[in-house]
Design a protein around this ligand. Structure first.
Ligand code: F6R
Length: 260
């Protein structure tokens, strides 16, 4: 049984730059109507076209607040592959955010567990996230909630799955340099955002995207929690949407009400 009614919009566009344009349009509309909006920002390759397209809108984003989804444990903020660094260059600087309003979990905190709890509390203290940008991992992870993560989990220290370390090795000299642990927002934390905006590119994500949106809601596919959220937008390129039954140029809106 679903917890509550939900609506999910799916936009299918030709390519990654199209996903950026559509998602940036949604974010721009939110920021125009709420200049001090709280954004949840993802790293990785999927949201890069979104940030590039949002920069084109030339909005005043100086009052926008942002919280990153995750950070590697052991990488200091200045490390080129730390998410703090990626957020600084791709989000804060590119979009003109005030660095004082941008938060990333502290990957080198003396007590990372405490840092994770403080981070979770800071999101709540900010009034929660208005729009959370998400990518999806090949194993269905969102943020670094790997398969097996609790659907109500909070921000915490976790181990990265082997598949995730392999996928992210492309940013490091070798897989041995990819950290083994992270601080990640939990699935419960992410679900508290008022709007989830997932961006997905490439045929290699088609199977997991279909499993997340159409398969059972289960910790084995963490992204399946999208099905429990009342306001979800998925923006996918044609290749990633290949198994969704939604064609290029179509916008699908799925609305479900609780079933017994
Ligand atoms: C990044 C994050 C991850 C990525 C996912 C997809 O902050 O939380 O869940 O969104 O690994 O990564 P890409 O977009 O590089 O395929």
């Amino acid at each position: 049984m679903r917890e509550r009614p939900f609506a999910m919009e799916i936009f299918v566009v030709p390519d990654a730059s199209g996903t950026g344009a559509v998602a940036a349009g949604i974010l721009a509309a939110v920021i125009r109507s709420k200049p001090d909006a709280v954004l949840g920002v993802a790293t990785g390759s999927s949201p890069l076209p979104v940030y590039a397209a949002l920069a084109e809108h030339q909005l005043d984003m100086s009052r926008v607040q942002a919280f990153a989804l995750d950070e590697y444990v052991g990488l200091a903020a200045g490390h080129p592959q730390s998410y703090a660094e990626v957020v600084r260059s791709e989000v804060t600087e590119r979009l003109g955010l005030d660095p004082a309003l941008v938060s990333v979990p502290d990957g080198v905190a003396e007590d990372p567990h405490h840092a994770a709890a403080l981070y979770d509390a800071a999101i709540r203290a900010a009034g929660g996230v208005d729009v959370q940008i998400l990518g999806i991992g090949h194993n269905g992870h969102i943020a670094f909630n790997e398969p097996g993560s609790g659907l109500d989990s909070r921000t915490r220290v976790e181990f990265l799955a082997g598949r995730t370390r392999q996928a992210n090795a492309r940013y490091f000299r070798s897989i041995d340099d990819v950290p083994t642990q992270c601080i990640t927002q939990g699935l419960g934390t992410i679900r508290e955002a008022r709007h989830l905006l997932m961006v997905v590119n490439g045929a290699d994500k088609a199977e997991i995207l279909a499993a997340a949106l159409h398969g059972p809601v289960s910790p084995e596919c963490p992204a399946s929690v999208l099905q429990l959220h009342p306001h979800v937008t998925v923006v996918a390129d044609e290749a990633a949407a290949g198994l969704l039954g939604v064609k290029l140029g179509q916008v699908a809106v799925r609305v479900a009400t609780p079933s017994a």
